[in-house]
Design a binder for this molecule. Structure first.
Ligand code: OAD
Length: 249
């Protein structure tokens, strides 16, 4: 069996081949080829919009209508686009490794749509509405003056994590546990700038995991990665699956 296939290194194939557990962290870049904008690159949301006016609890208190307008615009975009080849390839990865734990900063739900139903959402989900009164995530019962209300009568907010807020406790605990125990950690489509998610590959590396990065651009993580696969994830991930199929046939 030859372990080298196409652009995928023999070392990576062999690391994946014997990995009992692989942790993957994705960011907005994995959905770029679906047509969703990232946050920081060319055309990124934070190049056009100010995070402090739209994605903080203070912004929501100040002007909930404006915040909802922006999130509704993004929701429509998520609903009218689909997962891409990268999402589907990633869903295939679990066929080749012991256990796959998928951690995502994406809020679009595309991993789940592509078949990774157990993706761990670190920053919430943009399609979820959370009631400020009863705390439940649920359907919007009605819209009044640009604001959504729950069946209990409470106003709802988008079910995402805003700047200045903590990540969901269970999701973060599972992410830390995965970083501590995985033998391969793959960071895909994230600028690796936003903590605590950005810390995860470093935690994994410090525990001896083989750290791989997939991104068209170098990031804050690149100097620390054992391997950097430069390119769009919609191309690299299918190549990786193809290589794994070849070596396991
Ligand atoms: P960023 O916008 O910071 O980074 C996106 C990354 O995707 C960049 O490094 C790009 O080079 C890369 N990229 C672009 N196209 C790509 C492609 N086709 N394939 C692979 N990678 C590609 O997005 P995140 O790192 O996800 O938080 O941002 C982290 C968090 O900051 C977000 O979850 C969001 C944001 O503010 C909250 O909203 C709390």
């Amino acid at each position: 069996m030859s372990l080298k296939s196409g652009n995928v290194s023999a070392r990576l194939l062999s690391q994946l081949h014997r990995a009992a557990q692989v942790a993957v962290l994705t960011g907005a870049g994995i959905s770029a080829e679906s047509g969703l904008p990232t946050f920081r690159g060319a055309g990124g949301l934070w190049r056009t919009y100010r995070a402090e006016e739209l994605a903080t609890p203070q912004a929501f208190t100040r002007n909930p209508q404006l915040v909802w307008e922006w999130y509704n615009h993004r929701r429509e975009r998520v609903r009218s686009h689909q997962p891409n080849a990268g999402h589907y390839a990633l869903a295939q990865l679990r066929r080749f490794v012991g256990e796959l734990i998928l951690l995502t900063q994406c809020v679009d739900g595309y991993h789940q749509q592509a078949g990774c139903v157990d993706a761990i959402e670190l920053h919430g989900n943009i399609l979820v509405s959370r009631c400020l009164k009863c705390g439940k995530d649920g359907e919007v019962e009605n819209w009044r003056e640009g604001l959504p209300y729950c069946a209990c009568g409470g106003m709802q907010r988008p079910g995402v994590v805003w700047f200045g807020e903590s990540l969901p406790v269970t999701a973060l605990e599972r992410a830390h546990a995965a970083a501590a125990t995985c033998s391969v950690f793959i960071s895909i489509g994230t600028s690796a700038l936003v903590y605590p998610a950005a810390q995860l590959p470093h935690l994994a590396g410090a525990r001896g995991a083989y750290v791989v990065e997939i991104n068209p651009e170098e990031t804050a993580l690149t100097p620390y990665a054992d391997e950097f696969l430069q390119g769009p994830s919609g191309e690299i991930l299918p190549q990786l699956i193809h290589a794994l199929e070849k070596v396991s046939s």
